[in-house]
Write a protein that binds this ligand. Structure first.
Ligand SMILES: [Zn+2]
Length: 387
């Protein structure tokens, strides 16, 4: 089983001042909690913090019971993230402040929602507001989805949107029963190249996407060589229009790839592991934790989401040397590649160079099936004596 989560924004048709007052009180409460945590000198868990601040949040800030709990959680999270950044030397201990633009609500406890109406707890008690339903949001109300903690957000234009978190359980074939895998390689001469266990392949070129292509190439360099900031620099300079273009292209590419997977009865899609590279490679400290290209990350998110929708699992694999490794004998060398052709200097295996990455990612995904099985056995062996 896996959980499919999808955020969706729905416009709330209202200018009720009660909402503004509620968000402000909620944020004041958050900033109060923030001051308390800052005073601790280190983050603490929600329960420990809540114990100390609950009375004040209820009495001084007028928050309803569930709102008080949500306010604590919405502050504890960023402090935990701050600690991680401190651990890697990126920042120092500081007091976080929050602007009055959003309030988290829990499904059932302080909000209910239908296709037409949002019911939400405010300082004035439970209130209902009409929604402007978009077509793309409608499908989440077909009864097969549940809702998680969501946010009421006041956008800069003063209008309210409900950022609804939609969830659905999907059943996946257990990895040990998977037979057909597919590797996705991104950003060489093509936007994406994919290859399955049955050696079916597809090349996606995307003529209009030269720019995305360039970013992916930068990304590739970053993944396979040392950490460079150039990819980030490229991204920082992108305009909103380019970003929207990339998002559209990523939707297109991911749809194409997943349709291909469905057509070829793929059980598991292998993608390059971005997090592994971020934390496990030996790079200069400055570069090690810079964020990845959001375009690449976004493409992976889209593929994962669309794959899960079709009951296809997704696995991350070690992305190192996927373009230089021989798929037959595993020999790794730059000399294996000559322009558009690949010829293993050890075993003489040859193949179209653009296919090598996808082929290797497919086989690494297939290999991790055995690692997963092994881990399964180990953990069983480990728990058996005690049960
Ligand atoms: Zn070889």
């Amino acid at each position: 089983m896996a959980t499919l989560t999808k955020p969706v924004q729905i416009k709330v048709i209202t200018d009720d001042p009660a909402l503004d007052r509620t968000i402000r009180a909620f944020t004041d409460g958050m900033n109060f909690v923030s001051g308390i945590i800052f005073g601790f000198g280190k983050p603490k868990g929600s329960n420990a913090v809540q114990h100390q601040v609950y009375g004040d949040l209820r009495n001084r800030y007028g928050l309803k019971s569930q709102m008080a709990c949500n306010a604590v959680r919405q502050v504890v999270g960023p402090y935990l993230a701050l600690r991680e950044q401190i651990t890697i030397g990126q920042t120092v201990w500081q007091q976080l402040t929050f602007r009055p633009t959003a309030m988290t609500s829990s499904y059932h406890r302080d909000f209910t929602i239908t296709e037409t109406t949002l019911g939400i707890t405010t300082l004035d008690g439970r209130k209902s507001y009409p929604l402007k339903m978009y077509d793309r949001a409608r499908k989440f109300f077909d009864g097969s989805w549940t809702f998680g903690a969501s946010k009421l957000v006041r956008h800069r234009n003063g209008q309210y949107y409900f950022h609804l978190c939609c969830e659905k359980e999907v059943s996946l074939k257990p990895i040990e029963k998977a037979t057909t895998f597919m590797g996705v390689d991104v950003g060489q001469n093509y936007l994406a190249v994919t290859s399955t266990t049955d050696q079916k392949c597809r090349f996606i070129c995307g003529g209009a996407a030269k720019n995305l292509h360039r970013v992916y190439s930068q990304m590739r360099k970053r993944l396979q060589q040392k950490g460079t900031r150039s990819a980030m620099r490229v991204l920082k300079n992108l305009s909103g229009r380019e970003q929207r273009l990339m998002t559209a292209i990523n939707h297109d590419v991911s749809r194409n790839l997943v349709a291909f997977a469905v057509q070829n009865r793929v059980d598991v899609i292998g993608l390059e592991d971005l997090t592994g590279i971020r934390t496990h490679t030996k790079q200069p400290r400055d570069d090690r934790y810079t964020h990845h290209s959001w375009a690449f990350f976004q493409l992976q998110q889209f593929i994962t989401y669309k794959a899960l929708e079709h009951g296809i699992g997704v696995l991350s694999v070690d992305p190192r040397y996927t373009s230089q490794t021989c798929p037959r004998c595993s020999h790794i060398s730059k000399n294996n590649r000559h322009g558009r052709s690949f010829r293993c200097e050890c075993c003489r295996y040859d193949l179209h160079a653009d296919l090598i990455g996808a082929r290797n990612i497919e086989s690494r995904a297939r290999d991790s099936r055995y690692t997963c099985e092994l881990q399964g056995r180990l953990s069983t062996a480990h728990t058996e004596p005690t049960s």
